[in-house]
Design a protein around this ligand. Structure first.
Ligand code: F6P
Length: 319
């Protein structure tokens, strides 16, 4: 193998740049050429492809976002679009592709692999919802962001004796919410993996207030309920002022933490090593602090990230 490509796709996450740098420098140290594909699968289709050098990835280890740009490109589900993408890759002589992104991005990599084009997936998303890995790149950076937001909201909600509802990202995964609720000392963690009973929540909060609680912090993963409507209901039931805060895309930005920089660097270099060893159609993960790789088709079709019951249970005891 002589030439490889790298792209970032789907929602960006802090540490993606460190992963790109890992791929580029890992490949150059093995005398491979690396091509950067801009704007994810869209750039692959539009032939937005450029040769990268050592210097292309200088000064990016500390930067959030992705220097290659990212896009959601649902058209990649169409076979003709993917055929054009493969044609573009072949035109540049690129023999394999490293895809950094979440489960949607893995799907694209899986389809290319099934069409005979070897891809390696690196898990980059704040959601921590990718199969075959304990951690995705960006999750712990986003977690720190959520915690600092909770700390700030705690200051103001305790001053005003208010109830605070905080909506956390994660798509359909509660990992960010659960970890943030433990580290931020929240009273409730409402997550998609567990049944949600609104009246039980409202009554529980009301009981806490009746028992003398000064204020209360409730974390809710996005897409479960309208947090503004919920805040009106809690306010009506408890008689306490209640405010809802949607943290939104703030959670996706910022400098990656040391953990994410190291993780991304390791995974980037490892992905290249796998390609050199002749592996294609794999996805990279970290499990029990060991780098691992799985069949990307099997991971997408048959593996789901197990819900962390233990962490959830611990959280329940601390609230
Ligand atoms: O997958 C990362 C993520 O930030 C999710 O947590 C969230 O649901 C989604 O992306 C938001 O997508 P977009 O940036 O396209 O609005």
């Amino acid at each position: 193998i002589k030439k490889i490509g790298v792209l970032t796709s789907g929602g960006d996450s802090p540490g993606m740049n460190a992963a790109i740098r890992g791929v580029v420098r890992g490949a150059l140290s093995e005398n491979l050429e690396v091509y950067g594909i801009y704007d994810g699968y869209q750039g692959l289709y539009e032939d937005n492809i450029e040769l990268l050098t050592r210097r292309s990835v200088s000064d990016v280890i500390n930067r959030g976002g992705t220097m290659l740009g990212s896009a959601r490109f649902p058209q990649f589900k169409e076979e003709e679009i993917r055929l054009k993408a493969i044609e573009n890759l072949k035109k540049h002589g690129i023999e394999a592709l490293v895809v950094i992104g979440g489960d949607g991005s893995y799907m694209g990599a899986k389809c290319l692999t099934e069409m005979g084009y070897p891809c390696i997936g690196i898990p980059g998303t704040i959601d921590n919802d990718v199969p075959g890995t304990d951690y995705t790149i960006g999750f712990l950076t986003a977690l720190n962001c959520v915690i600092s937001a909770i700390d700030r909201l705690r200051d103001t909600s305790s001053s005003h004796r208010r109830i605070s509802i905080i909506e956390v990202m994660g798509r359909h995964c509660g990992d960010l919410t659960i970890a943030a609720s433990i580290a931020g000392g929240a009273e409730y963690a409402i997550v998609p993996e567990k049944p949600y009973d609104e009246s039980e929540l409202v009554e529980g909060v009301a009981e806490g207030i009746a028992n003398g609680k000064k204020h209360s912090i409730i974390l809710v993963t996005e897409h479960i309920t309208d947090v503004h409507e919920l805040s009106k209901k809690i306010e009506a039931r408890t008689g306490r002022e209640t405010r809802a805060t949607v943290l939104g895309h703030v959670q996706r930005g910022g400098a990656p933490t040391a953990f994410d920089r190291v993780l991304a660097s390791r995974m980037g270099v490892y992905a290249v090593d796998l390609l050199i060893q002749g592996f294609g159609g794999r996805c990279v993960g970290i499990q029990k602090d060991e780098l691992v790789h799985h069949d990307i088709i099997d991971a997408i079709e048959n593996k789901r990230r197990p819900f962390n019951e233990e962490l959830y249970r611990i959280g329940q005891k601390l609230f």
